[in-house]
Ligand binder design. Structure first.
Ligand code: NAI
Length: 734
């Protein structure tokens, strides 16, 4: 038999060594080729008397198998297209389950196995690297599992992170091996575990030196010619209890359901369905259980929500990170040494992520003590990581040794890239640009991290405007995944390509945006936070506002976020906008609130001791009770749905306006920027995906009705009205 995606070698004992090795790909995934190969193999394995058992391993140094190819799943159902009937979709989705079941039973009926009238041929997994999703599910369907002793190996079922569930028996074999609680934790959170933890859970039987996985797996197969999975044996019981009658599992499901809803606010059906699979699957025979799993799987796979999540959180994120917007034909930038100017809050974080990405960093400030303090930030983060066992001490030391704090511009002479993060003052920036260009190489790209100054304007201070560009980070730099890249009017292809190469080096997600005030994210966040503050000023209960945002799926409420970014900053931006626009300034309605909070009450935000919230030392933050003395509660409060709508549409309309104005050139970037820049509810796939899913026309109608009720700020952009009329969608294949 010939295979495309794997190799099968049968030894003198009749043991088949199956080596999965997708040609031309760095990582194994379940794609159409592997599915076809594996289906053919399990048929042969069950029937062919010359094969006595099997060992399954991978030919890739990168790992065992990373799950299903999400591009295949993202197209609707599993390979049958989105127009297939529900039955066809079920059958397609059930394929993996059918195959894995055949592998573990050798095609023998469950009844015969249970009665001991038949046995399956033994199958062992020899796992040399990560096994995720459908990869781990294949491992679980083997009777014996040997994993290389390397704490970095990830074993997990992360499907929930893109709105799916493990659909290859993961929701059934995991709880039967590791107990309901461990299985629920792994599947609903999607976090992987390491081999030793897996050994403790009973998922893995042996953890051995890397070079021995295949030999150990073979030895087991040879010594155990008759294999039956525990769940196919008579009297099988779930470890830790299972089913509808065991008080332990009844109690578990009661708590797990409540906790799941608390965590997800009913926004993630995948979490609910995983728990349903665990529960329903634990009260029926295994062959029924995997059919139940496939049913829930198809339900998710065919939902717009899952499609949106896969598209934004996986496909488009990866495409952006791989340089989708990188100009073609520009040689990849080699960034061995990066100069970071300004060692304040942002510069310190930028130095850290750059050194972590592998480059040397010259961290320059106007004063040596400030430069040292900036490096101190990295020292703190490294020490924390080392003390938590997340980073080896020598690796941490190496990383810190790459950062050189200085005040001397000559230290910049051989850098490959400059990132400027000095004060937000055009004169200071102009001075720094001049001094830097006097020493750096002629073709070095200069990037500014300015948050408000137009790049084209700053580039006027440069002798080489085509080499000047914006790279806009978010605070805290080490945690925030998004970076906005802003080409100025004269930035060249090399500047853009270098900026994207740099972002790839530090492993963040880039979007390319237009050079306008606030770029993209800072044009959407202020109207969103303003809406929440307006609601406070109108006397709406702050707790209602915050909870409405959380119900929508925002990770933090807008008032808490305002406290983080500081009300003082809000007031400063408002005043400078007023000054800039003069007579054209349109009051936003929160002027009085900001003045009162900041100037009168000194409640400037979290860093200054408190804002909308109180931050008791050692205690949990809570809303400030005194607020209603200044902004009395209204007698009539909106419903939670009304509050949710205002909070949601403040963001949708502002994001749509940015897309209409070409500030983000495509819906993909608008969605990525929203989720990774300010935490827009990830379950939606982003604001553009959300609008597409409800329909552009319903978005327009709702926005218009909100504009009538609350003000013109909710009016939908003209472009969206036109799109609604023409029945257009934002994403081509919506
Ligand atoms: P910061 O005030 O914490 O740090 C600025 C640093 O630049 C200070 O250490 C200062 O000593 C140094 N500096 C000032 N003049 C200098 C000069 N002539 N030569 C060398 N070093 C000099 O400010 P932060 O917050 O780090 O902001 C820096 C830049 O990043 C600004 O352009 C800001 O708009 C931008 N930014 C800030 C964000 C934030 O959340 N704070 C987010 C994104 C961008």
């Amino acid at each position: 038999m010939t295979y495309k995606a794997m190799k099968v070698e049968i030894d003198s004992d009749g043991i088949a060594l199956v080596t999965i090795d997708l040609p031309g790909q760095s990582m194994n995934v379940w794609n159409a080729d592997l599915m076809a190969d594996f289906a053919a193999f399990v048929e042969d394995f069950a029937k062919n008397d010359k094969i006595t058992g099997a060992v399954i391993t991978s030919g890739k140094p990168s790992g065992f198998l990373a799950g299903a190819d999400l591009r295949m799943l993202g197209s609707g159902a599993v390979g049958v297209g989105k127009d297939a009937s529900p039955k066809q979709q079920f059958e397609a989705a059930f394929n993996l389950n059918r195959m894995l079941r055949m592998l573990e039973t050798s095609g023998k009926p469950a009844k015969a196995l249970e009665k001991g009238e038949a046995y399956a041929k033994p199958v062992a997994a020899a796992v040399n690297g990560l096994a995720l999703g459908g990869g781990l599910e294949l491992v679980l369907a083997c009777h014996y599992r040997v994993v290389a002793d390397n704490p970095k190996i990830q074993l997990g079922v992360p499907e929930v992170q893109v709105g799916l569930l493990p659909g290859g028996g993961g929701t059934q074999r995991l709880p039967r091996l590791a107990g309901l609680q461990n299985a629920a934790m792994m599947a609903t959170q999607g976090k992987p575990i390491d081999p030793k933890t897996a050994l403790g859970y009973g998922i893995v039987q042996e953890v051995v030196p890397a070079g021995e996985v295949v030999a150990k797996a073979k030895a087991w197969v040879k010594a155990n010619p008759k294999a039956v999975q525990p769940w196919d044996k008579k009297g099988f019981k779930f470890p830790g209890g299972g089913g509808a009658m065991d008080p332990r599992s009844v109690q578990f499901f009661m708590a797990a359901n409540a906790m799941a809803q608390r965590e997800t606010n009913h926004n993630y059906p995948a979490v609910q369905y995983i728990l349903s699979c665990l529960y329903e699957g634990s009260i029926v025979p295994f062959d029924t259980a995997i059919r139940i799993e496939s049913k829930y799987f198809v339900k998710l796979l065919t939902s717009p929500q899952t499609r949106n999540m896969i598209r934004t959180l996986f496909i488009n994120k990866q495409a952006a990170e791989k340089g989708e917007q990188r100009p073609k034909g520009v040689e990849k930038a080699v960034l061995k040494k990066v100069g970071v100017l300004g060692a304040g809050m942002m510069g310190a974080g930028i130095a850290y992520v750059t050194a972590k990405g592998g480059a040397e960093v010259v961290l320059l400030d106007r004063d040596q003590a400030y430069a040292e303090k900036g490096k101190g930030y990295s020292v703190g983060l490294v020490e924390k990581a080392v003390s938590r066992g997340k980073l080896a001490k020598d690796k941490g030391d190496e990383m810190l040794a790459r950062i050189t704090p200085t005040t001397d511009y000559n230290a910049l002479k051989d850098v490959d890239l400059i990132i400027e993060a000095v004060f937000e003052d055009p004169d200071v920036k102009a001075d720094v640009i001049k001094k830097t260009e006097a020493v750096i190489g002629k073709d070095v790209i200069f990037a500014s991290n300015t948050s408000t100054l137009p790049i084209t304007g700053l580039a006027k201070h440069s002798e080489r405007p085509e080499q000047f560009i914006g790279i806009h980070f978010f605070s805290p730099v080490d945690k925030m995944p998004l970076v906005e890249i802003i080409p100025g009017a004269r930035s060249g292809d090399k500047a853009l390509a270098t900026a994207l190469d740099y972002v790839a080096m530090i492993k963040k997600t880039p979007i390319v945006v237009k050079d306008t005030r606030g770029f993209y994210t800072n044009r959407v966040v202020p109207p969103y936070l303003n809406e929440a503050m307006l609601m406070v000023a109108e006397g709406i209960k702050p707790a209602l506002i915050e909870n409405a945002a959380k119900l929508l799926g925002m990770p933090v409420g807008p008032l808490a976020l305002t406290d983080e970014t500081s009300l003082e900053l809000g007031l400063r931006i408002m005043n400078s906008t007023k000054k800039e626009l003069g007579a054209d300034y349109k009051p936003s309605g929160v002027e009085d609130l900001l003045e009162t909070m900041v100037t009168k009450l000194g409640r400037k935000g979290r860093k200054s001791g408190g804002g909308f919230y109180e931050y008791p030392e050692g205690g949990k933050k809570h809303l400030w009770q005194g607020l209603s003395d200044y902004f009395p509660l209204a007698k009539d409060q909106p419903t939670a749905d009304e509050a949710k709508e205002r909070i949601l549409y403040a963001q949708l309309v502002a994001a749509a306006q940015c897309y209409a104005d070409g500030i983000v050139s495509d819906p993909q970037s608008a969605d990525l920027g929203a989720i990774f820049g300010w935490g827009f509810a990830p379950w939606t796939g982003g604001p553009m995906s959300y609008i597409d899913t409800i329909g552009v026309d319903s978005f327009v109608r709702k926005a218009e009705s909100l504009a009538q009720k609350y003000g013109a700020r909710f009016a939908p952009p003209a472009k969206f009205r036109e799109m609604a009329e023409k029945k257009e969608t934002l994403y081509k294949a919506a």
